[in-house]
Design a protein around this ligand. Structure first.
Ligand SMILES: O=C[C@H](O)COP(=O)(O)O
Length: 262
C-alpha cells in the first residue's frame, strides 16, 4: 500500500512562554515560515503552547489565517466534573486544538502517569475529536537491558489497548536519554524503532492505520540534524522541544528539504 504521509514538525513549548510572549512568538514564526513558503508548503507545522496561551494562539491563527496547527500538551481522561486543575478534551476542541500530546516522558516521570492513564487519555482525546500525539520511548537503562524497540512498542500497545477502528493518530518516538541532552539518537536508531512501531500499529489496528500514521522522532532535534532523520522511510517528522522556542531554528527545521540533499 502506498500512502503519502505529510511531514509534521511539532513544537512542544513545555512550560515556556506566557500568552503575551506566545502571541509575539507565533507572529514571528508565521512570518519566518511565510518567507520560505516554497520550502515547506507540504510540511505541517504545529505548536503546543501551555494551556494559558491556547486562546491567544487560536485568535491569531483564525484572524490571520495562519498555516499553523496547534494543540495542548496534555488532557484529562475525564469529560467534566470535580477534577481540580484538569482540562477536558471538550475544552481543547472548543479552542480549535487539532492535537494533544500524551504520555510525554516528563508526564510519565514527574507526574507518575502509567500506561493505563496514558491509554485512558488517548481514548478521551479521540472521543473529543483530538489527534493524540502519543509519546513513547526508552530510558538508557531500558536500552541497555532490552534494546531500543521493546519498551516503546510495549508502551504503544498498552496505550492503544481497547482502541478500535481507524483512529487518526501520531506517534512520537522519544528516547528519554535524548531529550534535552544534546545527544540525539542516530537516524538509523530512530528508523529501527519507528519501523517496529509501525509493525505494532499494523498488528493492532491494521494496514491502513499503520500506513497512514505519522511517526515522529523527538530528542535533541536541531536544524543541523533534522535532514538525517527525514531521509528515513518510517520517520515522518519531529517532536521538538528546545529548538521549537527559537524562531530561526524551528523554521529552519520546517524547511528541512533544503538540507535533505546535502
Ligand atoms: O517534546 C519534545 C521533546 O521532549 C524533545 O525535547 P528536546 O528537543 O528539547 O530534546
Amino acid at each position: 500500500m502506498v500512502t503519502t504521509r505529510t511531514p509534521l514538525m511539532a513544537g512542544n513549548w513545555k512550560m515556556n512562554l506566557d500568552h503575551l510572549q506566545a502571541i509575539a512568538f507565533t507572529q514571528k514564526l508565521a512570518w519566518a515560515l511565510k518567507d520560505a513558503k516554497h520550502d515547506y508548503d507540504d510540511v505541517e507545522v504545529a505548536i503546543f503552547p501551555p494551556y494559558t496561551a491556547l486562546r491567544s494562539v487560536q485568535t491569531l491563527v483564525d484572524a490571520d489565517k495562519l498555516s499553523l496547527s496547534y494543540g495542548a500538551q496534555d488532557v484529562s481522561a475525564h469529560d467534566s466534573g470535580a477534577y481540580t486543575g484538569e482540562i477536558s478534551g471538550a475544552f481543547l476542541s472548543a479552542l480549535g486544538c487539532k492535537y494533544v500530546i500524551l504520555g510525554h516522558s516528563e508526564r510519565r516521570t514527574l507526574h507518575a502517569e502509567s500506561d493505563e492513564v496514558v491509554g485512558s487519555k488517548v481514548k478521551a482525546a479521540l472521543k473529543h475529536g483530538l489527534v493524540p500525539v502519543l509519546c513513547v520511548g526508552e530510558t538508557s537503562e531500558d536500552l541497555e537491558k532490552f534494546g531500543a524497540s521493546a519498551v516503546p512498542v510495549a508502551q504503544l500497545k498498552a496505550a492503544l489497548d481497547g482502541v478500535e477502528g481507524t483512529p487518526d493518530l501520531v506517534v512520537a518516538y522519544e528516547p528519554v536519554w535524548a531529550i534535552g541532552s544534546g545527544q540525539a539518537a542516530t537516524p538509523e536508531q530512530a528508523q529501527t524503532v519507528a519501523h517496529a512501531l509501525r509493525a505494532a500499529l499494523e498488528e493492532l489496528l491494521g494496514e491502513e492505520v499503520a500506513a497512514a500514521t505519522r511517526i515522529l522522532y523527538g530528542g535533541s532535534v536541531k536544524s543541523d540534524n533534522i535532514a538525517g532523520f527525514m531521509r528515513e522511510p518510517d520517520v515522518d517528522g519531529a517532536l521538538i522541544g528546545g529548538a521549537s522556542l527559537k524562531v530561526d531554528e524551528f523554521s529552519a527545521i520546517a524547511r528541512f528539504r533544503q538540507h535533505v540533499g546535502s
